[in-house]
Structures are given as C-alpha cells and as structure tokens.
Design a protein around this ligand. Sequence first.
Ligand SMILES: [Cu+2]
Length: 339
Amino acid sequence: MKPIIICILALVITSCNNKHSVDSKMQYGAPEAKVESTVNKDTAVKGPLSYGAIIPQAADGDTVEVKFDVSHRLVSISPDISFLAWTFGNTIPGPVLKVRQGQTVKFSMTDRSNQSTPAMDMFVNNMPMQHSIDFHAAMVNPEDKYRSIQPGETIHFQWTANYPGVFMYHCGTPMVLLHMIYGMIGMVIVEPKDGYPDKADREYAIIQSEFYLKKKGDYFVPDTASAMKKQPVAVAFNGRIGQYLVHPLKAKAGERVRFYVMNDGPNNATNFHVIGTIFDKVYLDGNPFNELRGMQSVYLGPASGAVVEFILPEKGTYTFVDHSFADAELGAKGEIKAE
Ligand SMILES: [Cu+2]
C-alpha cells in the first residue's frame, strides 16, 4: 500500500474513534453570580424552553439567554388533586431547557414568592421565602451560583454545557426535600456536539417525579413525613397523573422514537420500560459514550436520566411505565400510539 493511502486510512480511523471523544474545550467555572434587589421586568419565560413532552428547539450561537422565575401558585396534578406549589416557570416540573454542548447559558431568575397568584390567598402555607436553582448540567461553584435569594430578588449567573445528555435542575434551598416535593424540579437537555448516531423520527421529553401530599380541606398540601418515608401518594410523567393515557403521544408504525427520560425523584428509582418493544439503544444520562443495546428497561435512580431509542414495530398502543409496578399504579403510566 502506498504511504499516502496508509496516511489517509490512519486519519479516517483516528477521526472515527474520536467521534464522541471528550471535547478539550471544557469551561470550568464562570464569573461571579450577581444578585439584585429588583425583579425581572416581566413574568414571561425566555429561552429555548418548552412544557410537557415537547422538545424545545436549541438556539444558535455560543451563548443563550434563559430566564424563568419562581412563583407560588395553585397547581393541579389530576382533576382531583390540587395544591399550592412552589414552581420554576409556573409549572411542575419547570420548563424543559435545551441547549447545545459547548453553549454558555446566561441565566436569570426572580424569586416572586412574595407576589400573589390566583387562589393563593386560600392557603395558610403561602409564606414568601428564599429559593435557589441548582443545574446538574453545570460545573460551577455551588456556594456562589446556587445561593438562595430573598423574595423580590433576582439572581444572574452563567454556566457552560460541558457534557451532553439529560440533567436535572432543582431548588437547593434547605430543606431541599421540601422544596422538591413542593414542585421545584426540571430537566435540561444538552444536545451532543455530533448529535446521536441514529436519526430519530420522533422525540419526546419524559420527566418522572413523585408527589407526597395530604388532604387539607378542599386541597392538598405537601407532606414531609411521607416524603421522609419515601412513600408517595402519586407518581407522574411530566407532572400530571395519567395524562398520556387520556392524550397518548403520537407516532407511526416503524418509526424510531427517542425519549429523553429524567427521573427527578426526589427519592425513588424508576425502571423505565415500554410494553411491546425493546430499547434498541440506551444512552445513560444521555451521553453518546454511555451506550447500551437491546435493553428491556433502564434503571434510573433519583437524579439519573437516559436517552432511550426504540422502534414501534407495528400499529398499536404501547404503554410506557415505571416497571416497579407500584409506581405505575400510582400514575407512572402513559401511552404512545403508533398509527
Ligand atoms: Cu425553593
């Protein structure tokens, strides 16, 4: 073989092997966070964000501005269960944020827990309080960026998405468990630099989380005692019990479907499974390096995620569950319908 051909072959092999190698351009840390005693000028969320199973469109460019605020408001997790929740971006879970690997997020958040929202006055537990946010997708000094802010204050900080995948975010203000069972959880998707090896025909975001509540009058209130025992009264996908049984996700027979699955806990594991198919590929924490094949389910502890890809083999309705079936009975059950 001629030397030039050997050189070209060597280059091709090297570049293939490095396809998913760790990028040397890691950004460790970020400028100091800024806390202001003024509120963001409006309540609207800003950035590549979406709600429910919809995947946001990542923005172009090296930096992306993201803003969502904290509010205390009435949230329903089923027609029968409502409670005064503490939220990021007004919902449980908070909005899904999607960025590209290497992008820097310029984030800002106001603690609006001192502002009244509809139905709030009915509750005795509507005290304004400190909140914070902890992005698992970031690598920054938590004492600085994840510090608690007072009601009426706004925090600004930035972080760079070094690693691809699916990551949790949550309020980190003590008692952290309490802030999480009040609803302060969410997910960040970091798109890998070179994407995933296969093209997906459909993509959906699925966040599993537990609810620890007790009845108080016509409403419910979060219950620390049952949370400490890790005994939820409900487990849901994207914050609403059984929503994808009423409105199944859509697909077509033969399509390759990609779910970004995040277990936001806060306490229990999930064994995520789709009845009637096999996960062709699973990427643990959504990193293309962490590839598994032919999995019947994927076991995810609290604050673990995965990207799962599967083929819907023929027309039909496929149920996705936490195969720890007590959780499925408590609400961790949905459907995807292949037409
Ligand atoms: Cu909080």
